[in-house]
Design a protein around this ligand. Structure first.
Ligand SMILES: [Zn+2]
Length: 377
């Protein structure tokens, strides 16, 4: 009888402990679905949602914040997309930095920091990546999510065995959750195709002249530190490249291959007739050669394996003991945006965009990102 009682109490304690563990892990899991706050600068004119442009996205995990900065003087309209791939932090952080700092005196700037917001709610499986990373600001730490390249399978499932994207390209099934393979989107498509369709609608309704998609890639990937341009933007990309070289930022030009379909730099240009450009920087935490994944690798970008790989000539970017830190990758994106905006001024004076208070790339590279951000409240 005593043993039976003892067993009963042990089971009760175990059950209680399980409930506590489940409660805290469920809480932690749900926290991954919360978007951390962004603090727009006083230059913000309108904050809206992608569903404003495509109603089907309303109340879905594909809806996302859209920040519009309208200048006093009429000019060109610029779209900047961050977070197409939420495991490429320089893309998202550059967009946040712009939202929190810029003023626009001429033209209009539309910024979407989390283009695939669903991808920010989970991590790539079997990668061992941390859930996020923090940056030191002048008044405390600020935490950012490190997400996945793909839409969360909770939001879009199952993957087809073979995915034929809206532009007709055959791809592996998981690519149906890759926003940058789903353009120009489908009205009645899967969630990721609907996000792509919403972005196409925004480009048309906001009458965008120049659209930039910010990315990162592994240092061993051939298209890296690159400006990938639609053929309608060849001259603009070449002008920007010259300015970047003068400023000491080495980039390479890559023309968007006409047979690589479903990507922003191809379909934005083909379907919406907008000048379409994709920018790539080198992120070691995405690479296959990396050592232990960590928040420090994301922020400081130092990795011994990559130093070795560079010495063996296996990389497409220089990589030494200093690594490729996030501040440098963000500075590269900012410098490229600056160079493209000034190139546009030269080529098409009627669609000028004048940006003020943009964090200077040379200072971001030297002093870091944190001094241009507020701490999380
Ligand atoms: Zn990417």
């Amino acid at each position: 009888m005593i043993t039976l009682k003892k067993n009963f109490f042990s089971a009760l304690i175990l059950l209680f402990l399980t409930i506590i563990i489940c409660f805290f892990s469920a809480f932690e899991f749900l926290r991954m679905h919360e978007n951390k706050k962004i603090y727009p600068s006083k230059g913000l004119s309108t904050q809206t949602k992608l569903s404003t442009y495509f109603k089907d996205l309303q109340n879905t995990p594909g809806d996302t914040d859209v920040y519009i900065f309208q200048g006093q003087k009429k000019g060109g309209n610029l779209l900047i997309l961050g977070g197409t791939h939420p495991n490429e932090p320089a893309s998202f952080i550059t967009a946040v930095l712009l939202v929190e700092n810029i003023l626009v005196s001429q033209g209009k700037v539309v910024i979407i920091p989390r283009a695939n917001s669903s991808g920010f709610t989970h991590s790539d499986s079997q990668e061992g990546n941390p859930q996020g990373f923090s940056l030191e600001t002048t008044d405390g730490k600020r935490w950012f999510r490190y997400g996945s390249r793909l839409t969360n399978p909770i939001h879009q499932w199952p993957d087809p065995a073979l995915y034929i994207n809206p532009a007709g390209q055959r791809l592996s099934g998981t690519e149906s959750r890759n926003l940058n393979r789903c353009y120009p989107g489908r009205i009645k498509g899967r969630l990721t195709e609907k996000i792509a369709y919403g972005i196409m609608e925004l480009i048309k309704k906001e009458e965008i002249h120049l659209a930039l998609d910010l990315h990162e890639a592994a240092p061993e990937y051939p298209v890296i530190n690159a400006i990938v341009f639609h053929e309608n933007s060849a001259e603009l990309a070449a002008l920007a490249l010259m300015e970047l070289q003068i400023e000491g930022f080495e980039f390479r030009l890559e023309s968007s291959p006409p047979n690589l379909r479903g990507l922003s730099h191809r379909e934005w240009g083909d379907y919406a007739k907008v000048r379409a450009i994709l920018l790539e920087t080198a992120n070691a935490s995405q690479g296959r050669f990396k050592g232990k994944p960590s928040a420090s690798l994301i922020v400081n970008g130092k990795d011994k394996n990559y130093v070795k790989a560079a010495k063996l000539g296996r990389l497409f970017v220089p990589f030494d003991e200093k690594g490729i830190p996030l501040k440098l990758r963000v500075a590269r994106h900012l410098a490229a945006i600056n160079a493209l905006v000034s190139g546009l001024k030269e080529l098409a004076p009627s669609i000028v965009v004048e940006l003020e208070k943009m964090p200077p790339p040379s200072l971001v590279k030297k002093e870091g990102i944190g001094c241009y951000l507020r701490a999380q409240k």
